[in-house]
Design a protein around this ligand. Structure first.
Ligand code: ATP
Ligand code: MG
Length: 357
């Protein structure tokens, strides 16, 4: 920003105003001298000698006052009133307010900047409000399903003449719904803590290969049940410095997605490699793949692309994984083709202990 632009930014009344006043006053003084000369020439009486300059300067004062008033209204009063009206609308919950700046962009002054910042603030408030209402709607929707399940089965349990087997089934269904509820609430709390930075990552140096194989083993029953061909290609040892329990959430979700979205008989692979600067982990599957729309939104909270799997999970897994990896300074990429499969790639930078938080 040049010095001139900066001066204009800080000053609402331009130097040209001073020039206008100076020229006007010089002109008026010239006319005044002309009037005095006329009065002297024609030797008008004393009353006229006083009345003419008095009336003349009164007119000049009225003219200048009207001009100043007009300038103040145009440059200050009007934008301020508009700002006050806009603030009032925002206070009443209308976030569609927009105040256009008075000058073109190359002549912005501080009031124009204030209007632009106000517009930005209102847009930001509006998106926060939408996020909040969306979040409340999503949570309520996700909570409703398991609660309806619990209600249903509890009513069934109350019926007389149930067999032992039926009682067992209904109790199991109630328990499963409560597990879903508790998993949902745990994930919401985790995500909230991660986003509000209430979680301070506990960095420790550990063997990623051991963690990956432990996580993969947790899915053994699933791949056996679904007859999925699971393959793991890991190095013997790869040490990384990260928060072990947070990273576990990432691997568990990537693997659970791979097994969940792969039809029985398909295959899932877990690969890990490393180079001098980073360690790479790849989770690939031959499942349903993702549409362009799903790829765009998969990291959004509560987003579930494939609605046929909507009963399993709440669409929070990838949102959580993304926040964790962001916190760890790692990156995540995805390649997916509908009907063919998906590959998630996580790249974790190898950090020296001294550079850690
Ligand atoms: N491996 C995959 N194959 C196909 N689609 C996937 C895969 N991983 C994620 N997706 C898509 O991305 C969406 C979001 O995934 P995310 O893990 O956040 O949610 P979820 O698995 O449905 O639920 P949750 O993780 O809370 O149990 C999924 O609903 C699915 O549509
Ligand atoms: Mg998931």
């Amino acid at each position: 920003m040049t010095k001139r632009e900066k001066r204009r930014m800080e000053n609402r009344f331009p130097p040209s105003l001073f020039a206008t006043y100076l020229v006007t006053l010089l002109l008026m003084s010239g006319i005044h001298i002309g009037l005095i000369t006329l009065v002297n020439k024609y030797q008008w009486n004393q009353f006229v000698q006083i009345a003419i300059p008095l009336a003349y300067w009164t007119m000049v004062a009225v003219g200048l006052t009207l001009f100043t008033r007009h300038e103040i209204i145009k440059t200050y009063d009007r934008p301020m009133k508009e700002l006050a009206r806009a603030a009032d609308r925002v206070a009443h919950g209308d976030f569609s307010v927009y105040i256009p700046p008075v000058h073109p962009s190359n002549r912005y002054d501080y009031l124009d900047r204030m209007c632009l910042d106000f517009n930005k603030m209102v847009a930001e408030l509006g998106s926060m409000e939408t996020m909040r209402t969306d979040f409340v709607a999503n949570v309520s929707h996700e909570i409703k399903t398991p609660i309806a399940g619990i209600q249903n089965y509890a009513q069934l349990l109350g019926k007389p003449g149930l067999t032992e087997k039926e009682k067992e089934n209904y109790t199991a269904a109630i328990l499963s719904s409560t597990h879903r509820l508790s998993a949902l609430i745990t994930n919401i709390l985790r995500l909230n803590k991660l986003e509000s930075q209430q979680i301070t990552p506990k960095y420790e140096t550990y063997d990623l290969c051991r963690q990956l194989s432990d996580c993969a083993l947790g899915f053994e029953t699933i791949w056996e049940e679904k007859e999925i061909d699971f393959e793991a290609e890991l190095e013997d040892r790869a040490t990384i410095r990260a928060d072990e329990s947070l990273m576990e959430l990432v691997w568990n979700n990537l693997l659970s997605n791979a097994f969940k979205f792969t039809e029985p008989g398909g295959s899932v692979a877990l690969r890990q490699t490393s180079d001098r600067d980073s360690v790479m982990v790849e989770v690939s599957d031959t499942g349903c793949g993702m549409s362009e729309e799903t790829k765009k939104h998969m990291f959004d909270k509560f987003y579930q692309g494939d609605t046929s799997h909507a009963t399993e999970g709440n669409g929070l897994g990838l949102a959580l994984a993304f926040r964790v990896l962001q916190l760890m300074g790692a990156s995540i990429g995805v390649k997916s083709e509908e009907g063919k499969g998906t590959t998630f790639t996580v790249q974790i930078p190898v950090k020296e202990e001294a550079t850690d938080l």
